[in-house]
Each structure stands twice: as structure tokens, then as C-alpha cells.
Design a protein around this ligand. Structure first.
Ligand code: ZN
Length: 248
């Protein structure tokens, strides 16, 4: 039976990504989908890109995030100094092959009845956040797929829209399988693997079982102190290290 591990906002956090990969493999993942933001914030952009590139070569889905696009394009003078510094540092860590991989990522991928996109389905390259039910409905209306997976907001969330136009949303409880019946449309936000922001430092991802029509959100504790130590050692902004311990 198909089990799709959906991982987003990895943000160059090797320790978190290793923990998520190990957890998903132990859960029996048969497919992988990555919703972008492979780089930015963390200290291991090259390692994360290499891992994902290898998995894409083996059939995984991957789409482009705003941080991936920024690493490809480079910083601009209009950016805040901190953002500019992180982008320049990240770009300098990546070789031409890694940058080419990021540059070639599509903004969205549809497979069967599932749409994968970084920010939303209504304007995938504009990076608007899905911040509530109205945004989620707008995204769901932009696709005929019953299942949309997106990242970008770094907090796990689940939205649905019924055939009668009735919408709902909730914060999913981790480790509990949630039925996603096909008579509704669903927008699934697994939460960030590399920089969770809901007050829990454990890495997020979700496991989708399309045949059983259900999803399980997972939280995976990882060695965030090592990840933070590497951010400090690289000379990246202290705030990016400190927030990993808080999950904010
Ligand atoms: Zn992100």
C-alpha cells in the first residue's frame, strides 16, 4: 500500500532531515514528496540538496520554495541585511550542479489526484501564505485535485471544503491517523521539518496513505542543539540558532 512521506521547509537542517527520513523509513514510506525550501536559515544546504536530488532521481516529487528561488537568483539590495547575508552565505555553499537542481524545480506538481505546491495553488510563484480558512478555500478552488499539500507557513494545519461549500480547519493531533474522505477537498500543511514554528521544536512531516484516504502528522524530536551549534559556527544570525530550541 502506498505511503507518501510529505516533507516541507527542510531549511538546510541536516539533523532534522536525517531524523525525519529515519522515522518515515521506519513507518514504511514508499514514496516521497518535498514541498520546497530546501535551503535557507540552516547550516547544511549542500547536504540537503544532495539528499533530495538523489531521491528525485529515484522518483520523488520536489517543488520550488521561495528560499530555493532566492538562492538561485541571489540577494538584492532591497532585502533586509540579515536576509541578504543568509542568502549570500547559502549561495556560496552550493556548487553549480546544486544550484541548477534548485533552478529546475517546478512550482507545482500534480500526481493523480494530488497537487504538491510550496505556498498555495492560486499563485504558486507569488509566495502568499495560507493564513486561514479564506486563503485555504481560495487555494482549494484553484485546483480540481481532492488533495493539496503545501508548506511555507511552518505550522501543521488541515483544511477541508465540502461539495456544498462548507469549509473547516483544525490543528491536527500528531501520531493520530485522520481520515480524508474523497467527498471533500483537502489542503494539508504538514509543518516544517527544519524550522517548526508552533512552539514545539520537534521536526514535522506527514504520511499520506491515498488508498486508505488518511493522513498522519508526525513530530520527530532531533538534535536541535547540534543544528544550532552549526548555525553559530557558520556565523549565521544568532536568532536562527536560538529559535530551533524554542520551535518558534
Ligand atoms: Zn520555509
Amino acid at each position: 500500500m502506498t505511503k507518501i512521506a510529505v516533507v516541507t521547509d527542510l531549511h538546510a537542517n541536516r539533523e532534522a532531515v536525517e531524523a525525519v527520513f529515519a522515522h518515515a523509513r521506519a513507518q514504511g514510506a514508499t514514496e516521497w514528496a518535498f514541498l520546497g525550501d530546501f535551503v535557507g536559515y540552516g547550516a547544511d544546504p549542500a547536504w540537503v540538496v544532495d539528499q533530495v536530488r538523489e531521491m528525485v532521481d529515484a522518483g520523488a516529487v520536489a517543488v520550488c520554495g521561495n528560499h530555493d528561488e532566492a538562492a538561485v537568483i541571489g540577494s538584492t539590495p532591497q532585502m533586509r541585511p540579515e536576509a541578504r547575508m543568509v542568502i549570500d552565505w547559502t549561495r556560496a555553499q552550493l556548487d553549480p550542479g546544486q544550484l541548477d537542481f534548485l533552478a529546475a524545480l517546478p512550482f507545482q506538481v500534480q500526481r493523480d489526484d494530488v497537487l504538491y505546491v510550496h505556498a498555495n495553488a492560486f499563485a504558486p510563484s507569488q509566495w502568499e501564505y495560507v493564513q486561514g480558512r479564506a486563503d485555504a478555500v481560495r487555494s482549494i478552488h484553484a485546483t480540481s485535485c481532492h488533495y493539496t499539500f503545501c508548506g511555507h507557513v511552518h505550522e501543521p494545519r488541515l483544511y477541508h471544503l465540502g461539495a456544498t461549500g462548507k469549509a473547516g480547519d483544525f490543528s491536527p493531533t500528531p501520531e493520530v491517523a485522520i481520515p480524508l474522505p474523497g467527498y471533500r477537498q483537502w489542503l494539508v500543511i504538514p509543518g516544517s521539518a527544519g524550522q517548526p514554528r508552533d512552539g514545539n521544536p520537534a521536526a514535522c512531516y506527514a504520511m499520506f496513505e491515498p488508498d486508505a484516504q488518511r493522513i498522519t502528522y508526525h513530530r520527530v524530536p532531533y538534535d536541535h542543539e547540534s543544528a544550532a551549534a552549526k548555525i553559530r559556527a557558520a556565523g549565521l544570525p544568532e536568532r536562527l540558532a536560538a529559535r530551533l530550541a524554542e520551535g518558534v
